[in-house]
Structures are given as C-alpha cells and as structure tokens.
Design a protein around this ligand. Structure first.
Ligand SMILES: *Cc1c(COP(=O)(O)O)cnc(C)c1O
Length: 342
C-alpha cells in the first residue's frame, strides 16, 4: 500500500515551520535563540516541540518505537490532524460507524470534509458489508472506536483487521477506553498494518483529562506527517512534566482501573434489579449504556438531584438510553438510591 499517495498533495510537499528548538538540539549554556525572557520562573523556556523524553517513556510502556508516537493536545487534536492530512476539503470524505464518538464528524465538518455514516450492527459491532458498500473512492479515512463510545463494547478484532487489509486508506482505531477492557487492542500488531493509526489518551484510565494529552500510534511515516502539520509547541511544558511523573505510577493507574471495573460490575448487578431498567449493554469501558423505560424522565429527575448522566436517547440505536460513567463507590450508591426512589 502506497501510504504517501494517500496524503494530500499540499501536505506531502509542505516545508514545516522550523522553530528555534528545531535548529539546535542538545544542551547549551546560553540560549539566545528563541526570544524568551531569560529570567527563570519554571515556564520561561519553550517546551520540547518533539516531546522526546515523554515519547521515549511511552515507547517503553507501549512496546513500540518513539518515532511511532504522535502526542496531541488530547486525542481530539490527532483526530483533526488526521483528517487534515488525508482528506481534501470539499472533495474527500471520512467514514464513521454510528453510534460513535461525536468528534470525528465535527472535525470533518469543520474541515469541509464529507461524512459517510454507516450503522453498527444491533449489538454494536462492525457491519463489514455495510462499510464495504459505502467505500466510495472519496473515503480516505475510516474511524472505528473500540471499546466504542457510547455503547461500551469492544469491536471484533477479526473484522477490523480484515478491513485494514481491504481498505486502501487510513483506518483510525480509537482505543480511548482500552485499559478498561481485558484486551490489548491492536497496538501489538501495529507494524503489520501500514494504514493503521491507533488513538489512546491520558484522559480516561490515567485520570488526566485536565492535562490534555492524547497519543496516536502509527507507522514512522504517518507519524512524521502528523508531526509536520501540528502547532510547533502543541504540548506545554507543564503537561509534559506531569505526564512524565504519572508514567512512573502505572501501578496506581492499574489499581484505579481495577476498582472502576469492580464498580462497573457491582453497578450492573444493582441496576438490573430496578424496574425502570430495560437493558444494560455489556461494557468493556468505564461507563454503562443503559436502556430505561423512559430515559428522558429519568435524566431530568436525576439532574434535579444534582446527578448528571449523559442522555443518549436521541442517538441512533440508543433509543431511551442513558450513558452512565462509573464513579466512586459513594457516587454510584448515590445514583442507585436516586434511581430506587423513582
Ligand atoms: C473521551 C474520548 C477521547 C478522549 O479525547 P481527549 O481529547 O484525549 O480527551 C477520545 N475518543 C473517545 C472515543 C472518547 O470517548
């Protein structure tokens, strides 16, 4: 597969902005190259535009090469850059499988890129035939989300890999919730698929949504393309320093993930006993998609009691469904008590 041929012409021939810190890398005594304020306050210097230390540490944890990692201001930045790198505005399209994360479509719309919407199957898995039937030549990028938001389930790996083999374009696999599943996702097979980009994030399992740090894994070539079109200093120095610190606390992260999964199971059991609950979709993520008898009434009643869940009842295949994030044990009890009093 000729990946370079998939990249937009103007991006392929782009000469990226060269920052002061690109022209010189190493350790000097006197830095007079970037018009910074020389008086130290912790933040007077520009951050590393390539986030080398952070990527090196992530590469060890994820068992890949540092040059196969792109870091963005949240995975949302990567989603936007992927669309901009591969889709010609006013001409090309992305394909999404609904119901799914809303940002793929929004980023496409902002970039004046078309959207092919294909439904997932009734059990929210990939519908390969439906996708293949919609794969016109304008579709340059397919977005899949596994575990999927808002349904919570892992997608079939066999279906994803068979799609990767047939699709002459970029397949983005969003694994924002992979840590909550008992599956390693597709990262271990990254090198087998030159057209695969995998998104992961520090926002969910790592508990660092406020830091804004997302990861994109792919071939060295694709990662280079994304790096060339990002803002030079897209990851600020505070985020880089804190992420380096938290990467030393993998055990603590895993303990929280285990606690959240335990709570997910407990909450599922308790919700099943409620008369207002019609169905709870099996979840590989840190939330539950729950079908109620009258979702909007329940949403409003909960809101009046200061309990906010996500109303997904207007989303395709999610009639009367609320998406409920797993909270602390205390928060989950508060939710259950409110639902029991209905
Ligand atoms: C929460 C979420 C993200 C995370 O986005 P960030 O910009 O990294 O915070 C990405 N994809 C999906 C499907 C999500 O639900």
């Amino acid at each position: 597969m000729d990946i370079a041929a998939l990249v937009r012409e103007n991006i392929r021939s782009l000469k990226p902005y060269s920052s002061a810190r690109d022209e010189y890398t190493g350790n000097a005594d006197v830095y007079l190259d970037a018009n910074e304020n020389p008086y130290p306050n912790g933040f007077n210097r520009y951050p590393d535009p390539h986030q080398q230390a952070l990527k090196t540490k992530i590469s060890v944890l994820k068992n890949c090469n540092a040059n196969q990692i792109f870091l963005g201001n949240g995975s949302d930045e990567a989603i936007d850059l992927i669309i901009r790198a591969f889709c010609e505005p006013g001409k090309d399209s992305i394909l999404i499988t609904e119901p799914t994360y809303g940002m793929y479509a929004v980023c496409a719309q902002i970039n004046n890129v078309g959207i092919k919407r294909v439904l997932l199957s009734k059990d929210f898995d990939v519908d390969t035939d439906a996708i293949l039937n919609n794969l016109t030549s304008d579709v340059k990028v397919i977005f899949l989300c596994s575990p999927n938001n808002p349904s919570g389930n892992l997608l079939s790996k066999e279906k994803i890999t068979s799609l990767l083999k047939t699709f002459n374009g970029i397949l983005v696999l969003d694994e924002a919730y992979i840590d909550f599943s008992n599956d390693k996702g597709l990262l271990p097979q990254l090198n087998a698929f030159p057209n695969l980009l995998i998104l992961q994030t520090f926002s969910k399992a790592w508990g660092l949504a406020g830091l804004r740090l997302g990861m994109c894994f792919g071939s060295e070539y694709c990662i280079k393309i994304l790096s060339r079109i990002k803002y030079p200093y897209n990851i600020n120095s505070h985020t880089q320093a804190l992420a380096l610190k938290y990467l030393d606390q993998v055990d603590a992260k895993n303990e929280q993930v285990t606690a959240i999964i335990r709570e997910r199971n407990l909450l599922t059991e308790s919700l099943q006993k409620l008369p207002s609950v019609r169905y709870i979709y099996p979840s590989d993520a840190n939330f539950l998609l729950v079908r109620f008898a009258h979702a909007s009434d329940i949403f409003n009643t909960l809101m009046k009691q200061g309990i906010i869940v996500r109303d997904r009842s207007n989303v395709v295949l999610c009639d009367d469904c609320l998406r409920i994030t797993i909270g602390t044990p205390q928060e989950n009890i508060t939710l259950l008590k409110a639902l029991q009093q209905l």
